[in-house]
Design a protein around this ligand. Sequence first.
Ligand code: KIV
Ligand code: ZN
Length: 499
Amino acid sequence: MRKIKIFDTTLRDGEQSPGCSMNIHEKLEMARQLERLGVDVIEAGFPVASPEDFESVEKIAHEVQGCQIAGLCRAVRGDIDCAWEALKDHPNPLIHIFLATSDIHLEAKLHKTREEVLAQVKEMVAYAKSMCPNIEFSAEDASRSDRDYLVQVFDAAQQAGASVLNIPDTVGYATPAEMEELVRYVKAHLKHPDQAVLSVHCHNDLGMGVANSLAGMQGGADQIECTVNGIGERAGNAALEEIVMAIKTRADIYGCETGIDTRQIYRTSKLLSTVTGVPVPPNKAIVGANAFAHESGIHQHGVINNRLTYEIMSPESVGIYQNRMVLGKHSGRHAFEERLDQLGYRIPEQVLEQSFEKFKVLADRKKIVTDRDIEALISSNRYQIPEAYTLDSFVVNSGTVISATAVVKLVKDGEGKEHVARGEGPIDAAFKAIDRIVKQNFPLKNYSIQSVTEGEDALGEVVVKILKGDEIITGRGLSTDIIEASIKAYINAINKAIM
Ligand code: KIV
Ligand code: ZN
């Protein structure tokens, strides 16, 4: 079968979208999971964009070596030097250079002629090739570019050393028929079509990112660029999980395969959502909470008789093991460790000990602890940072006829500190009481809450983002009580901010 390369740009194009920024630890953890998922390329960032971006790409290139690592650059020397500096120690690095080719971009943004852009592509691809063995060239806004000019630019990029030629639908304007035709056209008119991998990169402005990517593949693209959960600029990028499962489920039509371990899809999606605090809509294809739920009696009846009546793929094939009962309050450390092992976690002894303590507290509150609870618990416990403040206790009062008040007691260096505050609601009041204790006020940028599983005793997972200067700091908290989860998330963020 024809093999399609999956180029993941969650950490670059995805991370660029509002609310999706990640710190270096979070990016590294995502990169490790993407490696486990089996992507062919991880675009780890845009190194010249900021010192943090540079550091993340460098760190990922150092630690994640099971797939190719790419860094994005504009077609200028400074960007290329910076990307190469970040990538140079990786065994299989890729410099990804982009420059727009549509007349509207040339005139309104670049203020350059077609000849000038062509010369810049030749010069910069050759410059990058003098350092890095693998170069990808992207013609930004390719789908709105003059086709013959586009082919001319691609020929020049290939001649200068690019081995991957990417055809982005940057503004999500193309239709599937156009995208397929465009890829066919480029392939038919390139001087050396067999010496380059053609790639597509589709945005989702008209909701056609995935359809356009698959159409591009049918037109001859052997690489698809996409993001987990479809995060990305504006309406997002084509969603990795949808592309991969479409290729797998409809292999009869597409005759293609990817190297993705589809059983890692759900965990990857969940990790991204936990890390960014951006929830996955319940009706999202493949990874939404309702993607495999059968509510109507007729559907349930059909599925019980034969799953294939209403299920075109199994939840297990994407790594969803629904409500599998795992452990309870009588489970010991050995059973806990064994389950973690089966779920694929390799955790240092000290973190394991802390996770087990948290598991016992949870098992006391919840009748049944499922795999999803355990995954949430492990991910909330992941970044062990020195905890300057810990929660001792809290009391909140709120209602329709009283203003919300909170009394919070935190412990610092063995000493208890307590404050009371009033707020717009119980969470606002609790956060204000904490601000008074720590004598700092980091603006709250974002607050999100999700339930980990169904049921009255479900765990609530809260993610808060606070601002320390320009830096966004993420905190997480987990509890069956949503106010406690919120307070823990806020303290977690503050502990990181004052570290
Ligand atoms: O959408 C786009 O054109 C891009 C390029 C940098 C590949 O993200
Ligand atoms: Zn893009």
